[in-house]
Design a protein around this ligand. Sequence first.
Ligand SMILES: Nc1ncnc2c1ncn2[C@@H]1O[C@H](COP(=O)(O)OP(=O)(O)OP(=O)(O)O)[C@@H](O)[C@H]1O
Ligand SMILES: [Mg+2]
Length: 494
Amino acid sequence: MKGIHKEFPGVVALDGVDLKLEEGKVLALLGENGAGKSTLMKILSGSYQPDGGDIYLYGKKVEIKNVNHARSLGISIIYQELSLSPNMTVAENIFAMREPARFGLINDKELNRQAKTLLDELEIDISPSKPVNELSISNQQLVEIAKALSMQPKIIIMDEPTSALSSKETELLFKIIRKLKHKGNSVIYISHRMEEIFEISDSISVLRDGKYIGTVETANTDPDELIVMMVGREMNQFYPQKEFTFVKDEKLLEVKNYTKKGYYHDVNLFVRPGEILGLYGLMGSGRTEIARGIFGMLKKDSGQMFIRGREVHVDSSISAIKHKIAFVTEDRKHEGLVLTASVYENVTFANLHKVLNAIKLISHKKEADITKEHVDHLRIKTPNIYQMVNNLSGGNQQKIVLSKWFEIEPEILILDEPTRGIDIGAKYEIYKLMIDLAKKGVGIILISSELPEVLNMSDRLLIVKDRRIVTELDPKRTTPEEIMMHITGRRGES
Ligand SMILES: Nc1ncnc2c1ncn2[C@@H]1O[C@H](COP(=O)(O)OP(=O)(O)OP(=O)(O)O)[C@@H](O)[C@H]1O
Ligand SMILES: [Mg+2]
């Protein structure tokens, strides 16, 4: 791709970007939220037309007219946002529009058989006849991958494919990528996770603010150099200092023997005002279910909850919010945002009373002020606060969900994977906001599958395994080895 240019109203998304992908190689694409990565890939895969610049395939200039045209040229993309049809089966999704038909009718048996062969080959263990809306997000992501590969592309674009995958599934994906490479296919890989980029890529191209910064060989670079390329400055501190452990020694929230059969069992935990309680476990260990339980979404069968020592009954998310509990879910796209509303509507709608003026009319000025504050704080990249959330980059959408919940001024804040898909600079800002809230006395429960994150941010750490809390550790004293031992029940490999 040479000199690619693309503008949206009020935004120059790409400003003369070059990109070179070699046969049989994995090229990583790196850049902060809103840098232009997805836009560049949507141009390569035919969903957007560039305003300027040229694309060459095997040295020949091509004009990629649309998605089908890109496919016929051997270019296939796994989008950052899942794009499956929820009511169709796995097999129907994989072969959408290309179903094997006999006498014009879709042959289900044949469809399922072909899907099964493909899934088996990829070692993905999902039934082809299952409707997609019954699958977990990570399984949906795997179906998305299978779908892209079913077209036997030469070039496969993966836009943050692992943001919903567990580490085991990520390993499976990497195995698939290595096989693809071996067959001479090329992959463009987008991720905010440095470790992944170092593990899987041959070279790395960096974008900043729609501009092409440069390309380096993975073997000859390190994270520090990449961060400078990405953010334009050095960052030697990734976690802000929290100088206190709690602001008041009382149990703000406590749950005792919380149980919902099959989801979570005998959960006992408490969080003090100003405390950050880490909840660490592998994906699927039940961390999210525990959070949903506390928030009343997965109503407990038995057990008790206390807020400041007084028993409360939280049996729905509405009653949770009434008790000033907020929950930022991991599935932000579906549970957290109104995609067709604007940035400012999304930030403020969960807390309308704050923006109501004396005569109970919504004050646009107040809404605008609050929103602008968040846009500044989290460096949300948007031309203005009236932009539709749908038009923002993936990471910036997530920042808006977080703003919304921070704005509710909760007393207890549950964050499920709050920094997933968020660039390194903005992560720091989110950690700072968490500490600011804690300083005001908010009790925070932080769920994360990033070990450095829970180790650096939590005051106390609970380990979740098999839908139970198995132990409490001191994050300042424990080691990754000790944690792995609790999680797997045996010593870590390293
Ligand atoms: N359809 C659109 N309409 C208006 N603006 C858009 C549209 N798509 C992208 N943009 C803007 O273009 C810029 C680049 O967005 P893009 O999605 O390419 O970023 P990204 O690098 O993929 O970020 P992330 O890491 O958050 O996914 C952003 O400022 C975004 O708001
Ligand atoms: Mg993107």
